[in-house]
Structure formats: C-alpha cells, structure tokens
Design a protein around this ligand. Structure first.
Ligand code: ZN
Ligand code: ZN
Length: 406
C-alpha cells in the first residue's frame, strides 16, 4: 500500500484518464506531494492538461474571520467563466478532501453562510456538469495533520497521519492482493443490488430504528437506483466516490414524513453537528434539534428554498469496511460510506429516467429537489429496518439489522 498505488487506482479505475483527457484537481495545499503524484500519473496516462486549484486552510480561516462583509457578499463571475470553460472542454474532476473538520469553529455561522451562499449562487450554472454526470468526477480523501489528529488524537502528528493514511488505503481496498480485481467484484455486488431495487419499482420506503427513527420516504415515478458506477456524456464510466459502498436514488421531495435520528456526526463547512433529529412534514424539515451545532444545522436548511427538503436516499450496509473500521472519520466522504444516509438539498437528476435531459420544471414536477446545497447526513445503524412498498402496497424487506436482505 503506497501513494503511487493509490494514485494509480484514481487515474486508472476511478477516472479512466486516457490520451487527451483534461483533469482538474481541487486540493488542499498540505497534500501537494500527492497532487504531484496524481498529476504525473495522469500525464503518463496521456492527459492533455492537468489543472490544479489549491486552497490553503489557514488563509481560508483568515478570510472567513476577517474579510469585510461587503467582500464576503461578493464572488467574481470569472470563477464561473473558468469553470464553464473547462467543463465544456470535457474536463474530468478530482476533489481531494481531508481538511480540518473544525476549520471554521468559532466563526460566526452567519458569515460562513453568507460566503457559501454567495459563491453557491454564482457557481450554480456550473453544478450541472457534475450533478448530471455530464463530465466525469471523483471525490477521494487524503490525510492532513488537523484531520488525522481528530481521528487519532493520542498519537504524534506523524503517527496519526500514517495511521489515517493506512485506514484510507484499507477503505479503498488497497490492502487486497489485487485491488483492481477486488474493486470489480465489489462493484458487481452493488450493481446487482441496484438492479434488484429497480425491478421492484417501489413507491416508498419506511425506515425504523431503536433510537426512534420512523420515517416514510416517497420515491418519484421512474426513479433509478444507482450503484457505484456512473457514465458521463462521452460514454466514459467513472466512480464518483472512492471509497464507495452506497446505492442511492432521489426521494420525492414532497413525500417525506416522520422523524429521523442522526447516527454519526456531520461536518458542516468546518463546523461539527452531532446528535440531531429532524422532523419532516410533506417533505419539509419542520423541526431540527441538535445537541451540538444546532444553529449551523438551522442555517443550512434556511440557505434556499430547496435546502430544507431531501435530495438523496442512500443505502449502505453496516458491513461496509468503513463502518467495520470502527472509526469516525469526521469526513463525509468516509462516514457516508459507513452508513445509510440522506441528504439535504439538491438531488441528482440522473436518479430518474431521462432526468439529465429534463427541464427544471419537469424535474420539479417529479419531486426532484433543487438547491445550491447537497449535504449528506448519516441515519443508519445496527437496528435499522427498511421496508419498501410498491404502488399496490406490496411489501419488500430491504434492510434488517442494518444490512441488506436483498
Ligand atoms: Zn451518498
Ligand atoms: Zn450525497
């Protein structure tokens, strides 16, 4: 297990970089050596250009704390021009996550929300390229010091980074003798389950847990369950997430009713939200309570019209290697692949038949949610039971004791 193998998995298996590919990498300054490794391998695979956007967390915090309110409310449209230019040229995207989960702790949530809302409003037209799978994209993780210390607080900086790196390698099956073969086997299981769910043509799902979750989630007509593999507009198959353990679809945003309890902490733009419950009525989150970070959660669902509705329903077995590691990664990419989850905000139009070609109005009529936000939160545990019902009311057991029974 080493960085070279990890980069190879990303370039060859997840993004299938080939001659002429344009790769855009978004990463943290702290992981620059790994970015260079990925860029080198992308060029070895024939890439035409590797464009790197670096962000520095210390500067990010300084800006969040000190920028004038006027400048916080400003986001230059040239960012959008650049994003559209690359997207139209067919670029594929790699996001390397793994920053400090507490980066923005203590900073006025209103300032964070303002900056995020401003950027989101300007960049919204660029979201469709990845949300609709028009272009290939992949999100991976790589340890930084602050993140590693959160996961392994009792070790030195160096040791904690090394330990987290090894755990990340395991979640992406680099510990297997033949990682690529292990991936293909895993992808096959996910695809078969997604096909079974598609054949059931369900109308709704009912969730219950010991903690008190009792939630009904309507599914739109023509919804599709998607496994780990996506296909972009140029016919290239790609893996949007490494690791990936989920099968997901879009809920009908207007048919979600009941209460759901979180089962893992949520890192919201650098602020931690934990031990929360959400009450839904006709799709809308009408009540939220959190022991930690309640205000951040309330601000999130007030961001725009769609942020208080759900945009994703995802199924993940408790047997997932991320869950079995017993670690809380404090990073959504990993924690969401440990547990069944839902997301506030935008749905993936690819989760309904023909969705990627539908107008906003057609998608809205099916109950496909739209928002500048997409925030996953974890709701699965060892007691989760999920029953699906088709339009005639026929019941199908989907989950028992936190695991698939299909
Ligand atoms: Zn998901
Ligand atoms: Zn999601």
């Amino acid at each position: 297990m080493n960085d070279r193998k990890y980069a190879e998995l990303i370039i060859k298996e997840a993004l299938k970089i080939k001659k002429g590919s344009i790769l855009v990498i978004n990463a943290n300054t702290e992981v620059l050596p790994f970015v260079r490794e990925v860029a080198e391998q992308a060029y070895e695979a024939g890439a035409a250009e590797v464009k790197v956007n670096m962000r520095d967390e210390i500067l990010q915090r300084l800006n969040a704390a000190n920028m004038s309110e006027e400048r916080l409310a400003h986001f230059g449209t040239y960012h959008l021009d650049e994003a559209i230019d690359y997207a139209e040229d067919g670029a594929c995207y790699l996001s390397i996550t793994g920053g400090d989960p507490d980066l923005l702790k203590g900073i006025d949530p209103k300032r964070i929300a303002l900056a995020s809302k401003t950027a989101g409003a300007v960049m919204k037209p660029a979201m469709k390229y990845t949300m609709n799978d028009m272009n290939s994209w992949c999100v991976v993780g790589y340890p930084t010091k602050a993140w590693a210390k959160k996961v392994f607080p009792d070790f030195s900086d160096e040791e904690s980074i090394q330990k987290l790196k090894e755990e990340i390698y395991k979640t992406v099956r680099l510990d297997r003798e033949d990682p690529i073969a292990a991936w293909n086997e895993h992808l096959d299981i996910l695809t078969k389950r997604a096909n079974k769910l598609n054949d059931m043509n369900l109308d709704r799902l009912h969730y219950t847990t010991k903690k008190g979750t009792d939630l009904t989630i309507g599914l739109p007509k023509g919804h599709i369950w998607v496994g780990a593999i996506s296909t972009d507009d140029r016919g290239t198959e790609f893996l949007p997430n490494l690791p990936t353990e989920e099968i997901f679809s879009a809920p009908d945003k207007n048919r979600v009713d009941g209460v759901v309890y979180s089962t893992k902490p949520l890192n919201l733009d650098g602020s931690l939200v934990d031990h929360f419950k959400v009450v839904f009525k006709e799709g809308k989150a009408v009540e939220v309570n959190a022991k930690v970070g309640e205000q951040n959660l309330k601000d999130l669902i007030k961001t725009d019209e769609g942020s208080c509705y759900l945009g994703e329903v995802a199924l993940v077995s408790v047997e997932s290697p991320i869950n079995r590691s017993g670690l809380v990664f404090m990073n959504t990419l990993f924690d969401e692949n440990a547990s069944c989850h839902l997301a506030f905000g935008a749905a993936y139009p690819t989760c309904v038949k023909g969705g990627e070609k539908m107008s906003d109005e057609e998608l809205a009529a099916l109950g496909i949610n739209d928002s500048q936000k997409h925030v996953d939160f974890m709701v699965g545990d060892e007691t989760l039971e999920i029953t699906g019902y088709d339009a005639e009311g026929k019941a199908y057991k989907i989950f028992e004791n936190g695991d698939f029974v299909i």
